[in-house]
Structure formats: structure tokens, C-alpha cells
Design a protein around this ligand. Structure first.
Ligand code: NAD
Length: 311
């Protein structure tokens, strides 16, 4: 297939690019490299350093390639920034997405796969793990944008026949996640431990998240190529607190980790875990990487990076 991956030089997008190339697909990437890196990107992918907010530049790319699928991962991913600058967030996450969907319509793309967020669209949930039918009540402009884009995609599906597969991820972790960002607590902690810096916990550390390996997320994106139009949670169904992450890391690093507590952050939910029964049954997807193994992989990845930068 001819596939456009937006955000393909980023953390999750670059793993999806690898998986698609390995299956023999032709992959074009659109990324403005605001948080993504060329070094993340597989050499066999064709990179256009273009902003999704630029309709004209995007159109040149759509004219050149007849894409079968658009896999949309480019986004402003910082929840706190979305609270401070909701208009900026909406310009990229809503208007940028609409630029793509209008071009999908115009150039008759068959399917769009969209990276949504289970942690952001449901809000405060009564019963965990939450399934796809639960009420959505986002607590941040970032979550509102994700939900709006899901609804726009529903419109493009119903009215213009653009198939859409919406993947609502848990907290994705793995190699290549940027520890300088504010998302990606596992990367941030691994990096801090190896630098001898303390790990900062916001609040008491008992907030829970559903941590899912980027390899399992990439495999969901492969299966999504052949899925009918559906919304799927992509998570483990398990809640893990930040304090539990520290315990796991302590065992892997074989050292006592120094921890500092800071005040809670706005727009953050207390608990989340995603029921992925639908993805198991309809998509044929399952998790392959346990949290312990996955964290070990990230820790080793940072160890190698630190060795290289010290030599
Ligand atoms: P990332 O920052 O590594 O990837 C985002 C990519 O988009 C980067 O390469 C960045 O340069 C690019 N980008 C940003 N703005 C752009 C623009 N205006 N035009 C073109 N490219 C632009 O983050 P990630 O964690 O890999 O997230 C990828 C997607 O998955 C995002 O849509 C994010 O909202 C979603 N998501 C991530 C998580 C998670 O836990 N990391 C959870 C749920 C959903």
C-alpha cells in the first residue's frame, strides 16, 4: 500500500513507519520536526519536512502520491501546553487534522488511521477498565481536540466514505520517547536515574495509568490497515501507579532511586485503564510486551545512549 504517516519522525510514528516498511509498504512521512528527529526515521521512508497546518504544501504531496491510507500521528502532545495555549493546540490538533481530511476527501484516500488518547478523551471514569462505549468527558483542550477529531472523522466516514480506524492509546512508552518532553514518565525516569538526577513525582504518586509498549501500539497500527471503520482502545487493562513504576525501576537499576515530590498538575485524571476486548476480538490484536520487560528495554536503550554520549 501507499501510506502517508504524519508525525513519522516522532516517537510512536517512527515505530509505525518501521513496521509498515517491514511489511513491504511504501511510506511517505510528513513531519515538521518540532519534536520529531531525523535520526528516528527509517532511511527507506520518504520525508517531507512540512507542517500539517500548511494546506498548500500538503496538497503538493497528495498530488504526487496516490495514498491508500493516511496514518495521522502528528500532533501537539503536551497536555499542559494545551491548557496554557488552547488556541495553539487547536490550530495543530484540530485545524491541522482537518487539512489532512479535506485532502483525503479530495484525493480519494480510502482510509485514515488516527492516534487518539484513552487517557485524555474519557476524563474521570467511574468503572475501570473503561470500554469504548463509556461517556467521554475530556479534562483538557488536548483531550477535547482528540475527541473533536474523532467526530470529524465520523463525519468524513458517514458523508464522504473515508474509512476511519481510531486508536485510543493508553500511556505509550518505549525506545525513542523524548525525555525532554513532559509526557513519557518511564523515559524521563530512566534518563534521570542514569544521569544521577532525582525522579520528580507530581502529587503523591498514586495516580494510575495504563502503560502500553510502543511495539504493541505499532502492531495495532499494522492490523488497523485491514480493519473496518471502528474505534478501539489500545491498552493493557491494568492500572499502574507512578510509585509502582519507581519500584520496578529500582529492581532493574539495582539501586535506591532518589525521588522528589512536586504539586499535582492541572488537567490530569486520577486513574485510567483501558479495556481492549474489542481490539482483541475484532482487530485480532493482543499485547506481547509485559511492563517489566518493556521498562527493562527502555532502561537498556538509555544505558546504550549514555555510553555513546560519554565516549
Ligand atoms: P511525538 O512528539 O514524538 O510525535 C509527534 C510528531 O508530530 C513529532 O515528530 C513532531 O515533530 C510532529 N509534529 C508536531 N506538530 C506537527 C505539525 N504541526 N506538522 C507536522 N508534524 C508535526 O509524540 P508521540 O508520543 O509519538 O505521539 C504521537 C501521536 O500519538 C500524537 O498524536 C499523540 O497525541 C498520540 N498519543 C500519544 C500517546 C503517548 O503516550 N505518547 C498517548 C495517546 C496518544
Amino acid at each position: 500500500m501507499h501510506i502517508l504517516v504524519t508525525g513519522g519522525a516522532g516517537f510512536i510514528g517512527s515505530h509505525i513507519v518501521d513496521a509498515y516498511l517491514q511489511e513491504g509498504h511504501q511510506v511517505v512521512v510528513v513531519d515538521n520536526l518540532s519534536t520529531g528527529k531525523k535520526s528516528n526515521l527509517n532511511q527507506a521512508a520518504i520525508l517531507y519536512q512540512v507542517d500539517i497546518c500548511s494546506f498548500e504544501e500538503l496538497e503538493v504531496i497528495f498530488q504526487k502520491y496516490a495514498f491508500d491510507v493516511v496514518n495521522h500521528h502528528a500532533a501537539q502532545i503536551n497536555v499542559r501546553r494545551s491548557i496554557e495555549k488552547p488556541i495553539f493546540d487547536a490550530e495543530i490538533n484540530i485545524i491541522g487534522s482537518l487539512n489532512l481530511f479535506e485532502l483525503c476527501r479530495k484525493y480519494r484516500v480510502k482510509k485514515c488511521i488516527f492516534a487518539s488518547s484513552g487517557g485524555a478523551v474519557y476524563g474521570t471514569v467511574k468503572q475501570l477498565p473503561v470500554d469504548e462505549n463509556a461517556i467521554t468527558k475530556p479534562l483538557s483542550p488536548y483531550g477535547i481536540a482528540k475527541l473533536s477529531v474523532e467526530q470529524y472523522l465520523d463525519y468524513y466516514y458517514q458523508v464522504w466514505n473515508l474509512e476511519r480506524v481510531i486508536l485510543r492509546y493508553g500511556n505509550v512508552y518505549g525506545p525513542r520517547q523524548d525525555p525532554q518532553g513532559e509526557a513519557g514518565v518511564i523515559s524521563i525516569f530512566c534518563n534521570n536515574i542514569l544521569r544521577g538526577d532525582p525522579c520528580v513525582i507530581f502529587g503523591d504518586g498514586w495516580k494510575t495509568r495504563d502503560y502500553i509498549s510502543v511495539h504493541d501500539v505499532a502492531s495495532a497500527n499494522l492490523l488497523a490497515l485491514y480493519s473496518s471503520s471502528e474505534i478501539y482502545n489500545i491498552g493493557t487493562g491494568l492500572e499502574t501507579s507512578v510509585n509502582q513504576l519507581i519500584d520496578i525501576l529500582q529492581k532493574i537499576a539495582q539501586q535506591k532511586i532518589s525521588v522528589i515530590h512536586d504539586k499535582d498538575r492541572m488537567g490530569e485524571i486520577e486513574r485510567i485503564a483501558l479495556l481492549s476486548k474489542k481490539a482483541n476480538e475484532l482487530l485480532g490484536w493482543k499485547t506481547n510486551v509485559s511492563l517489566n520487560k518493556g521498562i527493562e528495554e527502555v532502561f537498556q536503550w538509555y544505558q546504550q545512549k549514555h555510553c555513546k554520549s560519554n565516549n
